[in-house]
Write a protein that binds this ligand. Structure first.
Ligand code: TPP
Length: 566
């Protein structure tokens, strides 16, 4: 029998859970197995919500989306070697997108792994992770668990947010130490993402450039959405009168029907702008690297970014504004004298005219799609658009090629941070993970608009949606293929782009509601019903296999060589 004077003990697993709770972690996304199953159990028993996935990349994508939506590090939990590797896609994608998350992974016995003696799930995980994320750490003693978690959280959310890997070997999870000593080893991170105030001279330099501009333009990126500087962004945009274009995940930061949005005259805006203010948007491939002829070769760039080394990555930055976006936008608002910046009306009129012409051209295509049989992408999307307009608070997740580009252009957003998509990499597979996180973190309903290929990457997570009874409605724009479904095959096998699935039946197998829609009217009727019910549902929207173009809007990125389509 234990004597009353025996020391109270704790172990690594308890310390991990205690440290996460101390840092107000509310949810863990993961897949269990050796050596972390008891960790998930204990977390759940201690009041942390544990969402069990079917594949780690989806759990990691979910943690990343949680980070984007909350400005706190999303937590993903994986097992050794293969589970760890599966999670890395989400960890690397989070880092590319600047979403804060921590992948905590169990790992095998160090003394066996390091001599490559062939352990169960042997892998030098720390070395593998290091090049794929913002930082990678390993805890080697139970007494360092609190330090490891504090360091991982701080690194994930501070400065430019990103993914952090935290390796905790099985032996450390099982290590037993004195309970008091353990408790004293934990701490809560104070002010994890401190403000970074820009230099006043840098702010004034930017204001002077904008004040002298003939054709100024603002580009809002997902960094601006993440920063939650909504009021300051709006104030600066509106008081300056400068036209703006939102990058896809910045849609809704200002409502898409804002009179200064020139999303529908984007090409002209980029081509002619003489001074460009980038707010949380990088000059990467998504913006053609800032190069001519897409951009005016004489354009001067002002860039707002928390990472100084983002400046000059693609173009000379005439006025770098290094700081957190909220502080920079506040400073721009504060230091601009009344009337100092005013976008010339000729420029605004030219963009408005181009915009009206583009909208009129598109209107014809949209009108024709309403009645086309078989259903076109734009037929289904207009039906979704009209129902979504009645529910602006619903989150929208979107991936695919045509399904991505056409949704982005067809469905306006009116609330910040409500659109989550394939992001900087254009990655497939974020769909169900992002949708699950959006539902779990916000308590709001979610619609996921998915290409049929895109959906397949995380389709098994529809079971998670059903198991946790989440209000996620997936609309699969099913044109029977990657890009399209009508490609002839030169062999007895299906063409490389061809696919075939009844996704509604898949959802039914998991206990959710599955619908099949073949007309826009059915799409809107089923979506309305599903939103009213607020239950797991999937609408398989059958789209003309001949609708869609190779790689959507980015077909030009395919290598031409001898085979490239003319
Ligand atoms: N694998 C990953 C992880 N990411 C990718 N972007 C790709 C492969 C290449 N890829 C780009 S879009 C796409 C694929 C496989 C799917 C496009 O088809 P679908 O989702 O059906 O959309 P559609 O164009 O038909 O609307």
């Amino acid at each position: 029998a234990r004597g009353g004077d025996e020391p109270a003990l704790t172990d690594g697993i308890h310390l991990v859970v205690d440290a996460l709770k101390l840092n107000r972690v509310e949810t863990i996304y993961g897949v269990v197995g050796i050596p972390i199953t008891d960790l998930a159990r204990l977390a759940q028993a201690s009041g942390i919500r544990y969402i069990g996935f079917r594949h780690e990349s989806d759990a990691a994508h979910a943690a990343a989306a949680a980070g984007f939506l909350t400005q706190r590090a999303g937590i993903c939990l994986t097992v050794s070697a293969p589970g760890f590797l599966n999670g890395l896609v989400g960890l690397a994608n989070a880092t590319t997108n600047c979403f804060p998350m921590v992948q905590i992974s169990g790992s095998s016995e160090r003394h066996i792994v390091d001599l490559q003696r062939g352990d169960y799930e042997e892998m030098d995980q720390l070395s593998v992770a290091r090049q794929l994320c913002k930082a990678a750490y390993r805890v080697s003693r139970a007494e360092d668990i609190g330090r490891g978690i504090a360091r991982a959280i701080r690194t994930a959310v501070s400065g430019r947010p990103g993914g952090v890997y935290l390796d905790i070997p099985a032996a450390v999870l099982g290590e037993v130490i004195d309970k008091d000593k353990g408790a004293k080893s934990l701490w809560e991170v104070v002010d994890p993402a401190p403000k970074q105030i820009p230099d006043a001279a840098a702010v004034d330099r930017a204001i002077e450039l904008l004040a002298g501009a003939q054709r100024p333009l603002i580009v809002l990126g997902k960094g601006a959405a993440y920063a939650r500087a909504d009021d300051a962004v709006r104030q600066f945009v509106e008081s300056s009168g400068i036209p703006y274009v939102p990058m896809s995940m910045a849609k809704g930061l200002l409502p898409d029907d804002h009179p200064q949005s020139v999303a529908t005259a984007r090409s002209l805006a980029l081509k002619q702008a003489d001074v460009v203010l980038l707010v949380g948007a990088r000059l990467n491939w998504l913006l053609g690297h800032g190069d001519a002829p897409q951009w005016n070769p004489d354009a001067k760039f002002i860039q707002v970014d928390i990472a100084a080394n983002e400046m000059d990555s693609n173009q000379p930055i005439a006025a770098p504004l290094v700081g957190d976006i909220g502080s920079v936008m506040d400073a721009l608002v504060e230091r601009t004298k009344p009337g100092q910046i005013a976008a010339p009306s000729g420029w605004r009129d030219a963009l408005a005219e181009k915009s009206a012409a583009n909208v009129a051209k598109m209107a014809k295509r949209l009108e024709a799609a309403k009645t086309a049989e078989p259903m076109k992408f734009l037929g289904a999307l207009q039906a979704i658009r009209d129902v979504y307009a009645e529910h602006p608070d619903v989150y929208l997740v979107n991936e695919g090629a045509n399904a991505l580009d056409l949704t982005r252009n067809t469905i306006p957003m009116s609330v910040p941070r409500h659109r989550l998509d394939s992001g900087t990499w254009g990655v497939m597979g974020i769909g169900m993970g992002y949708a699950i996180a959006a539902a779990v973190e916000t308590g709001q309903p979610v619609i996921a608009i998915e290409g049929d290929s895109a959906f397949g990457f995380s389709a098994m997570e529809a079971e998670v949606i059903a198991r946790y009874d989440l209000p996620v409605i997936t609309l699969v724009l099913n044109n029977s293929g990657v890009y399209r479904g009508d490609e002839a095959s030169p062999s007895g096998d299906p063409a490389p782009t061809y696919l075939s699935a009844r996704h509604d039946v898949l959802m039914q197998a998991f206990g959710g509601t599955g619908y099949q829609a073949t007309t826009p009217d059915q799409v809107s009727e089923m979506l309305r019903k599903a939103l009213a019910e607020g239950k797991p549902a999937l609408i398989d929207c059958i789209i003309d296999p001949a609708d869609g173009s190779e790689s959507g809007n980015i077909g030009h990125l395919n290598p031409k060589g001898l085979t490239g389509k003319k």
